[in-house]
Design a protein around this ligand. Structure first.
Ligand code: ZN
Length: 257
């Protein structure tokens, strides 16, 4: 895979020349429109760089190259997902015609079709659970549970019965992509040789994984400092979630909220 080799070459470099070179390669491979889509949201990119640089000690330029390549690969994955999304089985019309039990089957098929794109090995059977929104109206749409060599995607089926078809369609398909991206993060950390993800991005994800001694934020949990509880924004802005939300929404760059 050409991109994997390129990423290895640039992984530990930190010069503006490298950034220029990789930009030229991407321009040649993808064309101007795709490149501007990948690099388009400079503000989001900058805020990520500002957050990551101080904490993990990587040079900003090195991280820029890494992120650019990371987003290049994300772009290619999203292109493939867009093709899947054209399939009539996964259309809003098919969803509207289906009852909740049939909608679960549609979601299973969607996930099975996306798994090879994400390159992850998860149980193809979605584990459905039922959980109501909390007092603030926030609802947990899904979860991903990982063990080495396997994983399970869980989806909240409450929305299938209680939301209108358009809303549940958007949320459910978004959740499958979001949770598969969490699977991707875990698989990339476990099997780095199989995924074009840079070491500094592994480090960021690991620092956000409890099984690697990292710290994962749950909204409503007590802060370690004892100063109150974590907010939704803090949950939402941790690195693994920013990355997974971007994939759920099919955006290359996800703004911090
Ligand atoms: Zn998530």
């Amino acid at each position: 895979m050409e991109i994997l080799a390129l990423m290895r070459v640039f992984e530990n470099r930190s010069s503006a020349g490298d950034l220029q070179r990789i930009t030229e390669i991407m321009r040649g491979t993808l064309g101007e429109d795709a490149l501007s889509w990948i690099t388009g949201n400079h503000r989001a990119a900058e805020s990520m760089l500002n957050e990551w640089d101080g904490t993990w000690g990587n040079g900003v330029e090195s991280l820029s190259v890494g992120l650019l390549l990371h987003k290049f690969n994300d772009y290619r994955m999203m292109e493939l997902i867009r093709i899947v999304d054209q399939d009539p089985r996964f259309s809003l019309e098919a969803w509207e015609r289906a009852n909740p039990e049939d909608q679960k089957i549609i979601l299973q098929e969607y996930m099975a079709t996306l798994m090879p794109i994400f390159g992850v090995n998860v149980d193809p059977v979605i584990e459905f659970f039922t959980e109501l929104p909390n007092d603030d109206g926030l609802i947990t749409l899904g979860r991903y549970r990982h063990t080495v060599g396997a994983g399970t995607v869980r989806v909240n089926d409450w929305i299938l019965e209680n939301w209108d078809a358009e809303r549940s369609y958007d949320a459910a398909f978004n959740t499958i992509r979001h949770e598969l991206r969490h699977a991707y993060q875990d698989w990339a950390v476990d099997k780095p040789e199989n995924f074009p993800v840079l070491q500094n991005i592994h480090d960021v994800w690991k620092s956000n994984m409890e099984r690697h001694g990292g710290h994962y934020i749950f909204e409503g949990n007590e802060r370690e400092s004892g100063a109150g509880v974590y907010t939704y924004e803090e949950y939402r802005n941790q690195p693994r979630e920013v990355d997974a939300f971007a994939f759920g929404r099919m955006r290359i760059w996800e703004e911090y909220v």
